[in-house]
Write a protein that binds this ligand. Structure first.
Ligand SMILES: [Zn+2]
Ligand SMILES: [Zn+2]
Length: 361
């Protein structure tokens, strides 16, 4: 684009909240987005979920953050403009964008609709884009995105409670399908009842599995059984309960990101049982291999999901009335929400009411 200034290349004036340094404090911020290309969809952001990843990024917990960062990878909104070759959506449609806004579209992973495993994937924020700019996320008023990465929201899907599914939902749904653990006749465990775990319970039930929630205390027992629809509740710090449950589970989805013991979980698995991790503990976990060998058990991992599967997940969620349980917050309350998230003080996901509370700076 020689000869064009950044303003000409990126004529869409946008604003949002950004972290400017690793204090992580979010503050009003003006920027611009590219003009809508033939393959792009432009939409007005209505809601954006707050994911724990956002907190890690703005605080530079992983050591590679580059500022300014406009976070947000659980954004939903209403289409305001479509490029001339766009076929997926039209103006006025409700749409979402999750963690991905680009991939190479030609590698083996992309060919299998697994853009999430593409080595050249472009994340929705703080990620180098193909045009040399850095991506800005959904804590903002406007979004422009390649239609391939747009998720269509069915009419009956609430936009606020649906937003977190774009990351948390597909993170738990994808491994349930790939490892074939959540299905009628199977009994699975969900370890950890937070932002990921609470939607995992809902999807596992919708897919027909019997579900046991595994948690360190019985604090969330009533909620798990009577509100989220789990069939049983297991306190991992109660040795008698754990002993009684040995060898009863076909699979476990491990949603815990703090350091924790794997051996008791492996013990809960039946022969051929699968322990699938989606959390990302910063420290290595200890693993003794013989209990795997003794039951031909396996441990596997998973990371978000491809675009086709994200759409499948949203459509299934709409059919079964699955949403995340959320606390709606105003844009100018985002720093308080981040402080509470850091302490685990949220049931179960914060969502920013972007359209009603984000003011032009
Ligand atoms: Zn996320
Ligand atoms: Zn690729």
């Amino acid at each position: 684009m020689a000869g064009k200034s950044p303003e000409e290349e990126h004529p869409i004036k946008a604003y949002g909240y950004a972290a400017l340094d690793q204090s992580g404090h979010l503050t009003p911020f003006k920027f611009s987005r590219r003009a809508t290309r033939d393959i792009d969809v432009r939409f007005k952001v209505l809601f954006c979920g707050i994911c724990h990843t956002d907190l890690h990024f703005i605080k530079n917990d992983w050591g590679f953050s580059q500022y300014p960062i406009v976070p947000g990878h659980e954004m939903v909104g209403e289409v305001t403009e479509v490029g001339k070759s766009v076929t997926k959506v039209k103006v006025g449609d409700k749409v979402g964008v999750g963690c991905l806004v680009g991939s190479c579209r030609s590698c083996d992973s992309c060919a299998e609709d697994l853009e999430n495993y593409c080595p050249k994937q472009v994340l929705s924020y703080a990620s180098p884009d193909f045009d040399g700019t850095v991506t800005y996320g959904g804590y903002s008023n406007e979004m422009v995105c390649d239609e391939h990465f747009i998720i269509k929201f069915p009419e009956n899907m609430p936009l606020d409670g649906g937003a977190p599914l774009l990351c948390a939902g597909v993170t738990v749904y994808s491994p349930m399908k790939y490892y074939d653990i959540a299905k009628p006749g199977n009994h699975i465990g969900i370890n950890g009842l937070g932002g990921l775990g609470h939607v995992a319970v809902k999807f596992a039930k919708a897919l027909g599995a019997k579900v046991t929630v595994i948690s360190t205390s019985d604090r969330k027992k009533d909620e798990a059984l009577n509100h989220l629809g789990a069939d049983a509740f297991l306190v991992s710090r109660n040795p008698e309960d754990m002993q009684a449950a040995v060898g009863t589970l076909d699979g476990i989805l491990d949603c815990v990101s703090a350091k924790h013991a794997l051996l008791p979980l492996i013990g809960l698995l039946k022969t051929h049982g699968k322990l699938i991790t989606v959390g990302a503990p910063a420290e290595p976990l200890e693993l003794v291999l013989s209990p795997l060998n003794m039951g031909r058990k396996m441990i596997g991992g998973s990371y978000i999901g491809g675009i086709a599967q994200t759409q499948e997940m949203i459509d299934l969620a709409a059919k079964h009335n699955i949403t995340a349980d959320i606390e709606l917050v105003a844009m100018d309350q985002v720093n308080t929400a981040m402080e509470r998230l850091a302490k685990g003080d949220v049931r179960y996901r914060f969502v920013i009411d972007v359209a009603n509370t984000l003011k032009a700076p």
